[in-house]
Design a protein around this ligand. Structure first.
Ligand SMILES: Cc1ncc(COP(=O)(O)O)c(C=O)c1O
Length: 325
């Protein structure tokens, strides 16, 4: 498949595109921010780009229900529920929860959109995930955690084309695309897109969920899956092209350290930018640290891809109140 054929892959319209590319000076550094937190309102964030292709495929397969998996405050699960409601599918969500009674944030929105929600222990969740991923169920369209499949990767590769056009108009160059990595699908898409559209930038990710070797492996597998599915051929130098900014999620995936909660508050108050507690807050914090002298991004011209996640904040009010005391 050539680049021009990518336009023929079925896609539904969900996201407000192009999202803005904005210039900020933060902590003394210039940074461009790709505002994918503005892909929509409740259908916002990186998952909505992915859903444009995933939902189109579900339609082609004549599915009635979109089924997906994630943590109880999963932005992806909420995006699936919202997109399903908008497009006339039913949605079924399997969510793992390791503490307390779930409420608020994305979990509230899931139910507002009428999703059938199952809250499970991690062990139950893992068993059902394996079963659904392998065998599926008639009429149900299985979407992996984080929308991490070839369609999700494709969506983010096309986002790079969008950014390239914006950079040209702004007469700007960047050295590195920085983002948060959960499943690694967004990162794989950015890397694929950089190669396909000849944007000579590295991709740097803050790994919030998986340790460094795992995320390297996942990004690689996802990129290869997408390349194979769409017949795309790219050459990646895995030593050079993908950088892992490690160690910014030591408090654990679903937690936020008080110092980072404070950082999120400062960004909101100084710039009107809202980062989420699980992904973008940690990633943008990591970026600002790594831009300093001796950091992995010292001297680089970064473009941060803001992947959304605002509703996760509503489930963390207590932590934020404690952080400012
Ligand atoms: C707000 C937000 N940012 C970043 C990510 C990470 O994206 P990916 O799973 O494609 O690595 C996710 C979901 O996983 C997310 O919800």
């Amino acid at each position: 498949m050539g680049l021009e054929d990518l336009d023929t892959i079925p896609r539904v319209s969900l996201a407000n595109l192009p999202t803005p590319l904005e210039q900020y000076t933060i902590r003394g550094f210039d940074v461009l921010i790709k505002r994918d937190d503005l892909t929509g309102c409740v259908t916002s964030g990186n998952k909505i780009r992915k859903m444009e292709f995933i939902a189109a495929d579900a339609r082609e397969q004549k599915a009635k229900t979109l089924v997906t998996f994630g943590a109880v405050q999963s932005n992806h699960a909420r995006a699936v529920a919202a997109a399903a409601a908008q497009l006339g599918f039913r949605s079924e969500l399997f969510l793992w929860n390791d503490s307390g009674t779930p409420s608020g944030g994305n979990f509230f929105l899931d139910r507002l959109f009428g999703a059938q929600v199952h809250v499970l222990s991690r062990a139950e969740y893992d068993a059902i995930y394996r079963e659904m991923a392998t065998n599926g169920e008639e009429g149900k369209y299985f979407i992996p955690e984080g929308g991490a499949n070839a369609f999700g990767v494709l969506a983010y590769s096309l986002a790079v084309d969008e950014m390239k056009e914006q950079l040209l108009k702004m007469h700007r160059n960047v050295d590195v695309l920085v983002t948060a990595a959960g499943t690694g699908g967004t990162a794989a898409g950015l890397l694929l897109g950089a190669k396909l559209f000849d944007v000579r930038a590295q991709v740097a990710v803050v790994n919030v969920l998986h340790p460094r070797p795992d995320i390297l492996h996942r990004v690689r597998v996802l990129l290869e899956q997408a390349s194979a599915k769409f017949g795309l051929s790219v050459r990646v130098d895995w030593e050079r092209d993908l950088l892992i900014l490690d160690g910014y999620s030591r408090e654990g995936y679903t937690n936020i350290a008080p110092m980072k909660a404070k950082f999120i508050i400062e960004m909101a108050q100084e710039f009107g930018l809202v980062f989420d507690p699980v992904y973008t807050g940690k990633a943008f914090y990591g970026l600002t640290r790594e831009m300093r002298r001796g950091g992995l991004l010292e001297g680089a011209r970064p473009l941060f891809v803001h992947t959304g996640g605002i509703f996760g904040l509503f489930a963390k009010q207590e932590e934020f109140e404690k952080a400012v005391k």
